[in-house]
Design a protein around this ligand. Sequence first.
Ligand code: UDP
Length: 241
Amino acid sequence: MDKPAWLIKNGIRLDGRTPGDVRPMKMIAGFLDKADGSCYIECGKTKVVVGVHGPREVHPKHEMQDTKALVRCTYNMESFSVDSERRRPGLDRRSTEISKVSAQALEAAILVERFPKTAIDIFMEVIQADASTRVTALTAASVALADAGIPMKDMVTAVSFGKLYGENGEEVVAVDMDKPEDNFGLADCAVAYMPNIDQFTLMQMDGNLKIDEMRAGMAMAKKACREIYEMQKAAIKRRYE
Ligand code: UDP
């Protein structure tokens, strides 16, 4: 991918979005027959399938927790999801890290005390990657958990934001990074947020942001999450129509 001369010009990004716009999104709850809950999601060209099993018996037994459910996530980026030279099949350090932080981000919402000695397993398969895959997977995971009937305090909604350089040397904070923005932007952050109870459950950053840029980004991310939240609710409603 060649480095573009700029990523934003007169307030418009390379793909025509304004800084506050998320890419077009599509969500299908109950996408899979065999999982207890599932969701297929598209965010622009990023495509993820999430399947949830549980609450169910814990294997291996020694991982069982007496007072709450064990929430486990497996994030996997398929080798066909990116340009062939970029990704070897199988788990790597990046997917191990994303799996761990995703489990924590989702556990914060799940009423885990209601299901002691059980496991809730969440499988996230990235089938096409155009950046922001971890946040897209988290948004879908929440829908899949709701589809599985797992009670939650609120739904976790997730989005990325970052800083783009403009034609005239300006630096602009924007939400939902796509691939060129992720590659050539000045910073990018992943956040997960529970809109109803106004709590963040994940915050990760690459690059540098000044404190006022961080504040602006968090405010934009909250607004975007509220929009995505409506789409999550609509996807769950469609499932039962
Ligand atoms: N990517 C890739 N190969 C890899 C890892 C990432 O091509 O092994 C691409 C992919 O498009 C991904 C993007 O780089 O969506 C950004 O990856 P990052 O680690 O920032 O996570 P993400 O933004 O997907 O959550």
